[in-house]
Every structure is written in C-alpha cells, then in structure tokens.
Design a protein around this ligand. Structure first.
Ligand code: ADP
Ligand code: MG
Length: 150
C-alpha cells in the first residue's frame, strides 16, 4: 500500500487511522531519512490512541512511554546505528502496548519477522511518499482493515 501525503496533517491523519486498527503488542517499524515525517506520523498515531501528552522526538531518550487506549512505546534507534546495543526492547512487546520504532533498520536484527514496516520518502517540501509493507500474516490483515478506512 502506498500513499502520498501532501501535508503534515495528511500524514497525521493516516497515522490516526492506523492507530484504530492496531492490536495489542503490535510493532510499527518506521524507516526513512531525517525529516521525512517519522515523528510527525507517530504524533498522529498517538492521537488515535487517545494519548493527551505531546509526542516529540525521543532522539535523546531512545525510549518514551505514553499512556493511552493502548500504551505507546516510542523508540528512536538513530543513536544505536554503529552500536546496536540490545536494550531488551522486545520485552515490551508482550505488555499489550504498541511499539513504534524510528530508524528501525538499525536494530531490525533484534526482532523477529513480524511487524508493519512503513517507509517514508521525501518528495517535496510538503509531500511524502508513505509505503506500508507487512511482515507476517497479522499485518497483512491489519493493512486490509486500514485500507477500508482510507
Ligand atoms: N507531508 C508531510 N508529512 C510529514 N511531515 C511533513 C510533511 N510535510 C512537511 N513536513 C515537515 O517535515 C518535518 C518532518 O519532521 P519529523 O517528523 O521530525 O521527521 P523524522 O522523525 O523522520 O526525522 C516536520 O517539520 C514537518 O512539519
Ligand atoms: Mg524523528
């Protein structure tokens, strides 16, 4: 599935819809260069989970946790690039929450092949290509549900 979001708001709206079809313990893997919209997307997703706090870039924290309809574990793996130190993130995947990881490719070896990958590509100042790639049966089903909302 591919979308072109023509504004920050369209990106957040898509993420909001995704939040409505996520299941407990789902893993959302965000890939794409700096400023492509990974954190912006996560903000819309948080809104869809009824999280009231402002979600911002966790670059200096690596992990931030927000309470909502499902607990959001927001990870930014950017600083783990050259030293993908295993911080035990997979332990959070059976807590009934949702894990969203920016720069997932840097730490993908820590996870089994069961996640929703989302790739962001910069098109122009206000437009981003957003591609959804399911890894595993559960995420193929999830994307069908998302498609019906879009
Ligand atoms: N269609 C769009 N989708 C997402 N962000 C956009 C879009 N158009 C412009 N932007 C801007 O691009 C920047 C994306 O930054 P951010 O979400 O922090 O990226 P990342 O987390 O990938 O580094 C923000 O300043 C945002 O306002
Ligand atoms: Mg970011």
């Amino acid at each position: 599935m591919k979308y072109v979001a023509h504004s920050k708001e369209e990106t957040q709206d898509l993420a909001y819809k995704l939040a409505k079809v996520l299941f407990p313990d789902s893993l959302v893997a965000l890939n794409g260069d700096l400023a492509c919209g990974k954190t912006t997307f996560t903000q819309g997703l948080a809104k869809g989970l009824n999280i009231k706090k402002t979600v911002n870039s966790p670059t200096f924290n690596i992990l931030k946790i927000y309470e909502g309809d499902l607990t959001l574990y927001h990870i930014d793996a950017y600083r783990l690039y050259e030293n993908p130190y295993d911080l035990g993130f997979e332990d959070y995947l059976d807590n009934g929450g949702v894990m969203v990881i920016e720069w997932f490719d840097y730490i993908k070896d820590m996870f089994k092949d069961d996640y929703l990958e989302i790739r962001f590509t910069y098109l122009d100042e206000n437009s981003r290509l957003i591609e959804f790639i399911p890894h595993g049966q559960r995420y193929e089903e999830l994307l069908k549900e998302l498609d019906s909302l879009c």
